[in-house]
Each structure stands twice: as structure tokens, then as C-alpha cells.
Design a binder for this molecule. Structure first.
Ligand code: HEM
Length: 505
């Protein structure tokens, strides 16, 4: 999910551009023979930049849509619309509009705009999906309830605590052997977060920390999948072309899903067999899915959604927090002092977390400046609707630019400065009630993994800082850790963070 709105793709753009150039001709023919009706002639839709004929504003979005959309909001106001082919995209960029979308009109605007690469799910999976469920249907509610009870409730999280702490100590041990060496910290953090989740879901590590390049094949496949899903796809702009799969996105997605699912296929098979013969003492989430009669395809889909939504988001938040703290040494010092005071010589445990106010404030400040899903996941208007004085037509894509809201000088003093203090002695939280701070969204579609992320992120970050002093490799310019819009929402992909650990005595 991370950087959903951020296109990965030079490769995809190269395929997309000739298709876009040929589209006017194709549409002229379709319109001429009355196969295609006139594109969205709507009532008063929100204002926005003038669209080009047929392709609309597609080429204006650029490589970092959240940054472009922030600029456009300055010109056209906090509720804007853009035409992407025959699809209308509506974007809210202020706390007031975010509240309208995610709270006041949540029922109508909590549909999901599903990328055409996932159209197969409707038939093959009977729509059993969390993230890509078209509406907040009964089946979606069932999945949310199941995940809440088994993965994200207070009780579930408590039962995961030992395991999570163990995975963090594996990471600390590994880094201890790398003292003085240059480490790509993002890779180590990703592997740790991935294994924390894979142990809860399938009782197994999936990424060996000891690999030369920490991570291995599975990580590459998951990253590639995220790239393909978030790359611009002509079928999303012109759904009528979906069946032709002109860019081959659907095929690539299905191939990748096949390869990723292969990684756990044997585990599912073996668990089904074992369940028939032995009474299992310890249950993981795979057991729960089997007990609920999920098919293999449904298990694959849910695992994929949880891994893709939960790993890159959490790990990139930790990497950004490290980058901000390396750059803001005063804040780093305060985190260290707090850890020394509260944890002393102990290892960091989950029960310590509520005492770590400054560390928690640093995580919030990181999420304010670098929300991993800067435009959330695209919502969809289930029916035509009136928001402020404008109409949002049925099936429009609806986004909230939480990145822009988190940097709006109207709501934040010195918005570009990393200042965890702003969250100290403040009730401001990311639980979906404060519309100026929405890294996890709000309303029906609020991130279900929030309670897990709220434990995993500070636990990993606290351990990294408690056990090690960090320095940048020689010749690495701290200015390179650009905290502005240069790197958009991603630090890891565009500029990996290399650091040198020194064990703290
Ligand atoms: C820092 C960490 C995380 C952040 C900032 C984050 C943020 C988000 C956001 C913004 C959305 C979209 C909400 C919307 O469309 O309105 C979302 C959806 C989702 N997230 Fe997270 N997330 C994080 C971690 C996790 C974790 C750890 C998991 C699970 C293991 C998870 C699972 C999901 C799922 C399944 C959805 C789709 C929910 C639905 O459509 O009903 N996320 N997340």
C-alpha cells in the first residue's frame, strides 16, 4: 500500500505514453460509431485544472501526485477534481473537507476504488477482501471483525508481545555483529517487521536476517507487486479498455501473486493435513482462516493484503523516524535520555512503551511529515453525493491528501520542522478523531492494523536507539536526508538510509 499514489514506474510510463497518444484516435472512432457515450458531463463538480480532451489531467499528476495535488489545492481550494480519462478523481486537502469525506459522508464515500488489476477478485474470490472490497459489505465486515479479534485486539496484541520482542532482539543481535560496518538500515528493519508479522500469521520467519542482502526473493516480489499495482494503468482511466490489458498489468499482477503465494503454499497444505490428524495447541492466523473454511485462494489474498499493507508502511515509518532523529540531534538526545531513564540496562519490552512519551511523540511527528499512504487508499463514491456545495458523481475516486494536511501552516506551526514537542502534553492522536492528523485515515475504512503498528513501530525504534549509537558513513551529507517534498513519501526506495551502528555499553 505504501505510496499507493506514487507511481513507481518509468517502465510503465514508457508503455503508457504511446497508448495515451493513440487514445484520441480510438475514442474518436468509438464516439463516431456511438459505442462510447460522452465522458462525464456532470453537474457542479469540484473545481480543478482544465482537462485535456479525452486524457483529461492524467499527464499533470506527475511522479509524486500528493505533491502535485497539494499545489493544485493552493490554486483551486481544499476540494478539487481532476479528470483521469473517463474517471473523475476528487481530492480533499483540509481537515474540514477530510471530516466531510471520512465522517459526515462516510457511508457513501467509503466504497473502494479497486484497481482494474484486481477485477479478477470479484469472480474468483467472491469479493472476500479487506482492502479491495468494493463496499463495506457484510463479507468485508466479517473480515474486519475476524482480523480485529484475532490480530489487533488488546488481547491478541498481548499474546503477540513475546514473539515481537524476540524478533526485535534477533535484529539487535544481528546489528551487534555489524558494529562499525555500513548498514542499509531499511533492509534490516523491513526484514524484522516482515518476520514479526509472518510469525503471527504463519508461525514462521520468511526473511533470513543473515542473508547477504537481507531480504531475499520474497521481499523483491512483494515490492514489485506494490509497484505494479500503483503504476498508472490505462484500464483505470478508461475502464472500457480493461479487458484488453494493454499494458500487461493484470498479467504481471497475477504472475507476481502466483510467485508470492508459492512461498507459503506448502505451509497451507501441510497445516490442512495436520489439522485432520492432530489437535493443535497453539493457534496462529492460518489456523483461524482454515477453521473458518477459507479456500486456498482466499487465504492467499488475505495474507497478501496483510503483508503488503502492514510491512512497508510500518518499516518506512521507522526508517523515516531514524532519518529525522539522525538529522535532529537534539531530539535524538531526548529519546536517548528517556530510554536510559525508563529502560535502564533492560531490553525494551512492550510494557515500557506507554512510559516513552518523547519516543511516541517522535513517531507521531514522523507520521505527520511522512505518512506512508499520503493519499490514503482511493475511496469510491457509492452514489452521487453532495459535499460542501459540490456534487461528487457516483463511482468517482475520492482521496484525502493527508500529506498536505499534515504540512498545512494553518494547522501546524513551523510545519516543515521536525518537532516532537508539539505532541507532548497534547491530546492529538492518530486514531481518526483529529482531522488535521490522519496517517491511518478515519471512519469505516480506517486502517485496521493501527493497534499493531502503534506497538511495532515504537518497539523497533526504541530498541534501535537504546542499543546503538548511529552515525552516517563518512562523506554522507546529512543534507542528503532531505526532509522536504524531494523524496515524497518514500525514503528507502529513492535514497536508502545507510548508517553505522556502534554498540552502546
Ligand atoms: C505505520 C503503519 C501503517 C499506516 C500509516 C497505515 C495506514 C493505512 C491507511 C492510510 C489505510 C487506508 C485507509 C483508507 O482507505 O481510508 C490503510 C488501510 C489498511 N491497512 Fe494500514 N497502515 C499501517 C499499518 C498496517 C498494518 C500493520 C496492517 C496489518 C498487519 C495494516 C493493514 C491494513 C489493511 C488490511 C487496510 C485496508 C482496510 C480496508 O480497506 O478496509 N496496516 N492503512
Amino acid at each position: 500500500m505504501e505510496n499507493t499514489a506514487q507511481s513507481s514506474g518509468t517502465e510503465e510510463m514508457l508503455v503508457l505514453i504511446p497508448i495515451l497518444l493513440l487514445l484520441p484516435l480510438l475514442f474518436f472512432i468509438l464516439r463516431h460509431f456511438k459505442i462510447l457515450s460522452s465522458p462525464l458531463k456532470s453537474p457542479l463538480v469540484p473545481p480543478g485544472p482544465y482537462p485535456w480532451p479525452i486524457i483529461g489531467n492524467i499527464l499533470q499528476l506527475g511522479k509524486k501526485p500528493h505533491v502535485t495535488l497539494t499545489q493544485l489545492a493552493l490554486n483551486y481550494g481544499p476540494l478539487i477534481s481532476l479528470r483521469l480519462g473517463t474517471t473523475l478523481m476528487v481530492v480533499g486537502s483540509s481537515p474540514v473537507v477530510a471530516k466531510e469525506i471520512l465522517k459526515t459522508h462516510d457511508r457513501v464515500l467509503s466504497g473502494r476504488h479497486v484497481p482494474s488489476v484486481f477485477a479478477y477478485m470479484r469472480s474468483e474470490l467472491n469479493n472476500l477482501s479487506l482492502g479491495w472490497s468494493l463496499e463495506c459489505s457484510g463479507r468485508w465486515k466479517f473480515l474486519r471483525t475476524l482480523c480485529r479479534a484475532e490480530l489487533f485486539s488488546g488481547k491478541a496484541l498481548e499474546s503477540q508481545a513475546c514473539l515481537q520482542e524476540k524478533k526485535v532482539m534477533d535484529m539487535v543481535e544481528l546489528l551487534g555483529t555489524m558494529e562499525g560496518k555500513v548498514v542499509n538500515i531499511g533492509e534490516v528493519i523491513f526484514a524484522t517487521v516482515f518476520n514479526m508479522l509472518s510469525n503471527v500469521l504463519l508461525s514462521r520467519d520468511f526473511i533470513s536476517l543473515k542473508d547477504e542482502s537481507v531480504g531475499g526473493v520474497l521481499k523483491g516480489l512483494i515490492r514489485k507487486l506494490m509497484e505494479v499495482i500503483s503504476a498508472p494503468d490505462v484500464s483505470d482511466f478508461f475502464p472500457i479498455l480493461g479487458r484488453f490489458d494493454l499494458q500487461g498489468q493484470k498479467k504481471k499482477t497475477l504472475d507476481l501473486i502466483g510467485s508470492i503465494s508459492f512461498a507459503w503454499a506448502d505451509i497451507i497444505k501441510e497445516r490442512r493435513e495436520r489439522k485432520g490428524s492432530v489437535v493443535l495447541q497453539e493457534q496462529d492466523f492460518l489456523d483461524v482462516m482454515i477453521d473458518n473454511n477459507f479456500t486456498d485462494k482466499q487465504i492467499n489474498q488475505l495474507l497478501l493484503e496483510l503483508f503488503s499493507a502492514g510491512t512497508e508502511t510500518s518499516s518506512s515509518t521507522i526508517v523515516w523516524a531514524m532519518a529525522e532523529l539522525i538529522k535532529n540531534l537534539e531530539s535524538m538526545k531526548k529519546v536517548r535520555e528517556e530510554l536510559a531513564r525508563e529502560i535502564k540496562q533492560d531490553v525494551v519490552k512492550e510494557f515500557h512503551l506507554p512510559q516513552l512519551n518523547y519516543l511516541q511523540a517522535s513517531v507521531k511527528e514522523t507520521l505527520r511529515l511522512h505518512p506512508p499512504a499520503p493519499l490514503l487508499l482511493p475511496h469510491r463514491a457509492i452514489e452521487s453525493y453532495q459535499v460542501t456545495s459540490y456534487t461528487i458523481p457516483k463511482d468517482s475516486q475520492v482521496l484525502v491528501n493527508v500529506w498536505a494536511i499534515g504540512r498545512d501552516p494553518l494547522y501546524w506551526e513551523d510545519p516543515l520542522v521536525f518537532k516532537p514537542e508539539r505532541f507532548l502534553n497534547s491530546a492529538l492522536d492518530f486514531k481518526g478523531n483529529d482531522f488535521e492528523f490522519l496517517p491511518f485515515s478515519a471512519g469505516r475504512r480506517i486502517c485496521p492494523g493501527l493497534p499493531m503498528a502503534a506497538k511495532v513501530v515504537p518497539l523497533v525504534l526504541a530498541s534501535l536507539i537504546h542499543f546503538f549509537d548511529w552515525s552516517l558513513p563518512h562523506g554522507y551529507d546529512p543534507e542528503e536526508l532531505d526532509m522536504s517534498e524531494k523524496f515524497g513519501a518514500t525514503l528507502k526506495k529513492e535514497q536508502p538510509l545507510y548508517l553505522i551502528p556502534k554498540v552502546r555499553k
